[in-house]
Design a protein around this ligand. Sequence first.
Ligand SMILES: [Zn+2]
Length: 273
Amino acid sequence: MYKLITYAGYDNKYGPHIFPIEPDLDRTISHIKMARELPESIERYMRSAKPIPGKTQLLLDAMGSSDYYGANVNGDYFPTEALDHKGPEYGYETFMHYAFPYKFHVNKDPSRAYGDKVTLSDYDRKMHRVLLIVTVDDRKCSDILNDLANGKYWDVSMGCRVPWDECSICKNRARNRGEYCAHLRYQMNRILEDGRRVCAYNWRPKFFDISFVPIGAEKASHVLAKVAHQIPVYEIRSSAELGEIYYAKLAEARSAAPSRRMPTSPRTFPPRT
Ligand SMILES: [Zn+2]
């Protein structure tokens, strides 16, 4: 199933999650280092990074392990072992193999991406976060980059595909929302009377989309939808539901592909260059 997960580009507790890598590398690194220590591979890359004409390289603090930061607002739990995995099957490295930067999740066609395939990804074992170096096109991303220069951080959305997710309460494994147990269907992200939180464990996430979305756009559309349909205030939309909305065409394309006998095969999607 496809999932869409969105994090704020800036949060009050941890500060910015997007850092432009400027031509003055020493200055950039010391600037970022004031905020945090960097894993060796990222620092090494940044120290040797050369400016690319017409492009801007960004360091993206994409997401944290739920073992340290908890589940996200949609009730998605990404354990450390699911993110800190080297290789193209699942985990942090999949960003580097499959994900292009987009605006608004237009991700069927890599030629419509706003930059190159993710340049570098690593797992920060001190802070337990996935870090990415993303190279974007200055002209196509002038709005994002101008906002960034003015201290406004766009939200960052990630698309991932999971063969199944697992309910934190009854351990039911569902390959799609139709197979969800009552917990994930009706109580997503709630805390039960015994203190346990209802969430969906994603043990095998394969990330294929890294998108910039204007601040709060998805929250706003969610709020509007709530008003329109008078959905109870506490209803949580699962990322699988959002994934169905945003990645419907991808799912269609996949099911129409000739290799349907292996629905979870990584070979049919995402496209490689
Ligand atoms: Zn359950």
